[in-house]
Design a binder for this molecule. Structure first.
Ligand SMILES: NC(=O)c1ccc[n+]([C@@H]2O[C@H](COP(=O)([O-])OP(=O)(O)OC[C@H]3O[C@@H](n4cnc5c(N)ncnc54)[C@H](O)[C@@H]3O)[C@@H](O)[C@H]2O)c1
Length: 258
């Protein structure tokens, strides 16, 4: 694909859930989207439903796969201006039984993946003042269980601050969003053994509902837009007021009930 016009946006984990919606919002805005996912079928399904998009198979934990993806994009004439590090996994195993493989998987997908993808695209991002948006979680800021996932997301918030400062002289902005509960396939495993989990969660949110992928996609689109050119290094909660409540007992009650 030569001379795509508009921005080129790479979204990891775009085969499903929030990432797929992000791809839809960016293509609606006239951008070209690279739908990157380790699940090529899912990426292809997302891409097939959208204009100006390409599906790309990549496991963001693997340095050689990330490098190969960048070479492939360049050969197609695609130089990303915006990267959304969105891919994640979330182990549901209680901490005391958590296998090292699951701990490593959650850290590697969310945190190491964001490192590898952002680093690999540095030269592209600095060409015309690019932007990185990291999709973290409210788990980065408070106790909600899922320790491996939460540690990964807290690391991602730290990486967001570090890269924002390091890359500011290159004109690259780096921000994060902290979503609250959004119904997507990431909840499928939990809902299989606890079908009422999301209904109970909704009652815990000050705004009275859990989120939808559009809530996150529009916040990301704003941070990536020219309306946000003086915003860098922030981690924006998009959470229906959940973090504003701020009490540990409240957080504990969520873990008990969800
Ligand atoms: N859904 C929620 O309640 C919620 C809450 C807070 C934060 N988030 C964050 O939002 C983001 C999107 O989550 P979602 O709910 O849409 O999840 P999802 O499970 O629907 O989608 C995640 C996607 O990431 C892909 N992926 C997983 N491992 C990968 C890897 N190694 N390399 C490439 N792709 C990989 C999966 O194939 C999948 O398509 C994640 O970062 C998640 O942590 C979600």
């Amino acid at each position: 694909m030569a001379d795509p016009g508009g921005r080129v946006v790479l979204v990891t984990g775009a085969g499903s859930g929030i990432g797929a919606r992000l791809a839809g919002v960016f293509t609606s805005d006239g951008d070209t989207v690279v739908v990157a996912d380790q699940d090529l079928d899912a990426a292809t399904r997302t891409s097939a439903a959208l204009p100006r998009s390409v599906a790309c198979e990549v496991d963001v934990r693997e340095e050689d796969q990330v490098a190969a993806m960048v070479v492939d994009l360049h050969e197609r004439g695609l130089h990303p201006d915006l990267v959304v590090n969105n891919a994640a996994t979330c182990s549901d195993t209680p901490f005391e039984e958590l296998p090292l493989t699951e701990w490593r998987r959650d850290l590697d997908v969310s945190l190491t993946g964001a490192f590898l993808v952002s680093r690999a695209l540095f030269d592209d991002l600095r060409r015309e003042g690019g932007s990185v948006i990291n999709v973290a979680s409210v788990n980065a800021a408070r106790y909600f269980g899922n320790e491996a996932y939460s540690a990964a997301k807290a690391g991602l918030v730290s990486l967001t601050r570090s890269l924002a400062v390091r890359w500011a002289p290159h004109g690259i902005r780096v921000n994060a969003v902290l979503p609250g509960t959004i119904q997507t396939p990431i909840w499928d495993e939990r809902l299989r053994h606890d079908p009422g989990a999301l209904d109970r969660a909704a009652a815990m949110y000050p705004l009275g509902r859990i989120g939808v992928p559009d809530d996150i996609a529009h916040a990301v689109a704003f941070l990536a837009s020219d309306k946000a050119t003086w915003i860098t290094g922030v981690s924006l909660p998009v959470d229906g007021g959940l973090l504003a409540v701020g009490s540990t007992s409240f957080a504990r009650s969520i873990e008990e009930h969800v």
